[in-house]
Design a protein around this ligand. Structure first.
Ligand code: ADP
Length: 577
């Protein structure tokens, strides 16, 4: 666990060493403070001249100034070199991890839990770093430095202090190890709670419409009861078992030390001045034991969240093996040969979403994919772009195996409009959303794309035009408007291959007709795969129609050929007309 958190902070290892150096310097100077009263008693006993007293006060003033400056250096190092830069480093590492992981990984993780895990993990790691920096390291340094003079003045007391410290540390570490399962369970509850909290905010309309708010609240209450239950088990162990033993050890050590001092005083091996000094040192030592134990407890309490963040950031990123960055000759064709694909694990006939699927899309051709829902049409988009990797078969783009393409460059060849629900609209302006793939686009280019996508008139009629804010996930836009923003985005991206996945399914008939008219212009010079339920949108447009069912290709041809075949396509046409 410590190793994991330490590796999480790899770029800061040197900074920590510098910090320990400053802490040692600072605590050494601090030790001088404990010696002041003892020094005054010694000097008073030797009856020194008034000038020496004046020099002593002046010397102490200089000492205080140095002390204050070291204190400033200590604070500044933690704030400027550790706390803020570590926060930045961890947050950026998490976002970078999210952006680098593939779709399969994202599908496996709940987004609320992921965001919660990062937020919580970052704060808990910072809390550990803060505890260590502000308190733990100074306490350890202080303990070691206080022990040195104690060894010279009262070696037995120093020995007892060390034994006490070892027992104290052992109890603290053992206690925290025993509490770990409760902490892990508590963290599981937290993750569930983040997931449910985000779901209750996102599903607000469904909850209101179906009147399920009380049930959701009850679910949350159960999670919180679980959190409290685990926390109480953990604290019961701490308070009634380990704290009692820690107090016992400390009080017994105090009494033994007192007995040793009485013995030393009666034997004359300890002066009153030395007693004052060592008693201050021992009190400092014992209070630092307590501080040490409490700080370890606090660090351990935060360790579960930090460890989970470390696990998340340590997850292996998909390895990029492809090297092809561009190929000459445009537009690019797409070829799938005997492709088998399953979303989870290995491909099997039962779990597969695509079975021995082959498809040829010549450069510049428009191919329509049609078929019942769940047939595997959207899956084709995911595998040709390598967002999901097929287990069997060969997929080529521009005549090159997609595994040989550099992943980033492969995606640069595609532009797409996803199905209605998958259209992501940012909580920004309409312009930002359209120009998302190319933020440097001119106003004229954005307007042209909006016009081709059939949304220009709507935008120009808005009070703020292209600068209208659309709300979270585009709540201020209708389903059809969101689709048209996504279409404008895909047009503006201007990539060699365009995949339109039910791109106009939520658009009204008149607007759809307008978009159909622009389609020729949009697709000129491009290779396109058009997925559609409404067959009338593709039969005049596509060079070829591929009919899919249950992950297989069942028919292929032009509209006329397929109608004459009198198969699934003909049935779908007759149902729709
Ligand atoms: P279509 O686009 O033809 O409606 P899809 O390609 O979306 O169909 O889905 C094909 C099959 O794959 C369906 O049975 C669906 O349940 C399954 N599927 C789709 N996405 C996933 C996913 N992320 N994980 C597991 N199965 C999925």
């Amino acid at each position: 666990m410590i190793k994991k958190i330490w590796s999480l902070l790899a770029p800061f290892h040197r900074t920590f060493l510098v910090f320990v150096f400053i802490a040692v310097l600072y605590e050494t100077v601090q030790l001088g403070n404990s010696y002041v009263i003892s020094l005054v008693v010694t000097l008073f006993g030797s009856g020194i001249a008034p000038l020496i007293w004046i020099l002593l006060i002046l010397g102490l003033l200089v000492f205080d100034e140095i002390n204050m400056r070291l204190d400033n250096a200590f604070d500044w190092h933690i704030i400027a070199k550790q706390s803020h830069p570590i926060f930045r480093h961890l947050k950026l590492s998490a976002v970078s991890k999210f952006l680098k992981m593939n779709m399969a990984w994202h599908h496996k993780h709940n987004s609320g839990t992921l965001v919660g895990k990062v937020g919580d993990g970052v704060w808990k790691t910072l809390e550990i770093v803060d505890v260590m920096s502000w308190e733990f390291v100074p306490t350890v340094v202080q303990t070691v430095i206080s022990l040195i003079p104690l060894f010279f003045i009262s070696p037995w007391v120093a020995l007892i202090a060390i034994v006490t410290f070892v027992l104290f540390a052992w109890l603290t570490i053992k206690g925290n190890a025993e509490k770990e399962p409760f902490r892990a369970k508590r963290q599981d509850f937290y993750e569930e709670e983040w997931n449910k909290s985000i779901a209750s905010v996102q599903s607000v309309e469904t909850n209101l419409m179906f009147g399920q708010q009380d049930r959701l609240l009850e679910d949350q209450a159960k999670i919180h009861d679980g959190i409290i239950g685990e926390a109480l088990k953990e604290h019961r162990l701490g308070v009634f078992k380990y704290n009692r033993w820690r107090i016992r050890i400390l009080t017994v050590a105090r009494r033994i030390i007192l007995a040793i001092w009485i013995l030393q005083l009666t034997q004359g091996t300890l002066t009153i001045a030395a007693l004052i000094f060592v008693s201050v040192l021992v009190e400092r030592l014992f209070s630092s034991f307590w501080r040490f134990a409490r700080l370890l407890d606090r660090a351990a309490q935060n360790s579960e969240g930090a460890k989970r963040l470390a696990d998340l950031l340590g997850e292996e990123e998909p390895l990029e093996t492809g090297t092809v960055r561009e190929i000459s000759g445009q537009p690019l064709g797409i070829s799938l040969q005997d492709v088998c694909f399953a979303y989870d694990g290995d491909y099997t006939e039962e779990d597969g979403a695509l079975h021995d699927f082959s498809l040829e899309v010549e450069p510049g051709q428009i191919v329509a994919l049609v078929g019942p829902s769940g047939a595997g049409k959207t899956t084709i988009r995911k595998i040709v772009t390598r967002l999901a990797r097929c287990q069997k078969g060969l997929i080529q783009v521009g005549g090159v195996d997609i595994n040989d393409w550099d992943g980033h460059q492969l995606l640069e060849q595609f532009s797409y409009v996803p199905q209605g629900d998958d259209v992501y609209i940012f909580d920004e302006t309409i312009r930002y959303n359209i120009a998302f793939p190319c933020p440097e686009a001119t106003d004229e280019e954005v307007e042209r794309a909006a016009k081709l996508a059939g949304i220009l008139d709507f935008v120009l009629n808005l009070k703020d035009g292209f600068h209208t804010q659309v709300g979270e996930r585009g709540v201020r836009l209708s389903g059809g408007q969101k689709q048209r923003v996504a279409l404008a985005r895909a047009i503006l991206a201007d990539r060699p291959i365009l995949i339109l996945d039910e791109a106009t399914s939520a658009v009204d008939a008149i607007t759809e007709n307008e978009i159909q008219t622009s389609m020729r212009t949009i697709l000129t010079g491009k290779t396109a795969i058009v997925i559609a339920h409404r067959l009338s949108t593709v039969w005049g447009l596509a060079n070829k129609i591929v009919v899919m069912d249950n992950g297989k290709k069942v028919e292929e041809g032009t509209h006329q050929q397929l109608v004459l075949q009198n198969g699934l396509y003909a049935k779908m046409v007759s149902l729709q007309t």
